[in-house]
Design a protein around this ligand. Structure first.
Ligand code: NAP
Length: 322
């Protein structure tokens, strides 16, 4: 299969969200030959976000618009973006990486920057799978408009839950935020916004036990009090679940250092415990995961790749000379 490998790249960037696109732009500026492999449209989580209000320099911009701007900017510096799904990343004996895609392509390069983001965490309760796309959703921007005039529940207490609950009030007549504790994890500014929104009601200290419906649509949630265990029935036409992200690191073959939640541990150059494998954005273990941190990681990673490859070439030259 190696004979069919697509060679000639200095670095393979896996994922085309803000981190991937920024890495592609810096790789281009650094005259590296790079390919960015993205399974969907470039933009990643930006495409699931309505308005971005915390990306410095853009007081308010639509997620889609920022995605297009980032992608065009990367392309201006020569980014090659391929639509395909990476299935496996493996460092082989010659020190290079094999990156295998679902279309059967094998890309080879001496460095990889993994910017594959994460996948929404599931509640894991009965009814969640049965009502997926029938009232259970993980993306307010994608599905909110289907719930005009309905009563909705949002599950979670982090930035995503409160931000998306606020967004859903454009369509819904009322939005409950169901949280398992009596305090939100979300940032203060986002908390203030939801507390000031008359369409949002907090339901504290409750866990979702089951999602029930008519077979075709969600009809109510069964909740349990987190302290007493007392059951509560909550009538809703849909439920949006925002209880965190799981990093997409399963494509890496072999052991790579990670934290307890599965996020990749890197050094200050964004290099993982596998030399030549760099990580940036939501896959990386860090305090917060914002667009600003993703592009910061990616900048460091792309510049560090340049230095890593230069050192590698020096080493190879020295080995030939000795
Ligand atoms: P998060 O910050 O990890 O919050 C997850 C929330 O879900 C927490 O409130 C947690 O409760 C709750 N939760 C977790 N497992 C649960 C379960 N099994 N049942 C019920 N509730 C559960 O995740 P996130 O909101 O997706 O944000 C992820 C990262 O993206 C964060 O770093 C965040 O700052 C960032 N982000 C930023 C913005 C922005 O700034 N505009 C927007 C979206 C996301 P506990 O609090 O009790 O643990």
């Amino acid at each position: 299969m190696r004979e069919n490998a697509i060679n000639g790249y200095d670095v393979i960037i896996v994922g085309g969200g803000p981190a991937g696109l920024c890495a592609a732009m810096y790789a281009g500026r650094g005259m590296l030959k790079a390919v960015t492999i993205e399974r969907g449209a470039p933009g990643g989580e930006l495409l699931n976000t309505d308005l971005i209000e915390d990306y410095i320099g853009f007081e308010s911009i639509k997620g889609w618009d920022l995605a297009v701007k980032m992608s065009e900017h990367a392309k201006k510096f020569g980014a090659e973006i391929v639509t395909d799904t990476v299935e496996r990343i493996r460092k082989v004996d010659d020190g290079w990486f094999d990156v295998v895609t679902s279309r059967g392509a094998l890309y080879r390069a001496p460095a990889v920057i993994l910017t594959a983001g994460g996948t929404p965490v599931k509640l894991g309760v009965p009814g969640e799978q049965d009502y997926a796309a029938k009232g259970v959703s993980y993306c307010a921007v994608c599905d909110g408009a289907f719930f005009k005039g309905e009563v909705l529940a949002v599950v979670g207490g982090g930035d995503a839950a409160v931000e998306e609950a606020d967004y859903l009030t454009r369509y819904a007549s009322k939005v409950y935020i169901v949280h398992r504790r009596d305090q939100l994890r979300a940032s203060k500014i986002l908390q203030q916004r939801v507390f000031a929104n008359p369409k949002i009601e907090m339901i504290w200290n409750k866990r979702v036990v089951e999602i029930k419906g008519t077979g075709q649509a969600v009809d109510h949630l069964l909740l349990a009090d987190a302290i007493t265990g007392d059951p509560v029935r909550l009538r809703v036409g849909g439920v949006f679940i925002f209880i965190g992200f799981k990093p997409n690191t399963g494509v890496i073959e072999g052991h790579v250092k990670h934290d307890a939640a599965g996020y990749l541990i890197t050094d200050e150059k964004m290099m993982t415990s596998i030399p030549g494998l760099f990580a940036a954005g939501d896959v990386r273990s860090q305090v917060t995961r914002q667009i600003t941190t993703a592009v910061g990681d990616a900048t460091t990673a792309a510049i560090a790749v340049e230095k890593y490859l230069a050192a590698l070439r020096e080493k190879e030259k020295a080995a030939v000379g000795s």
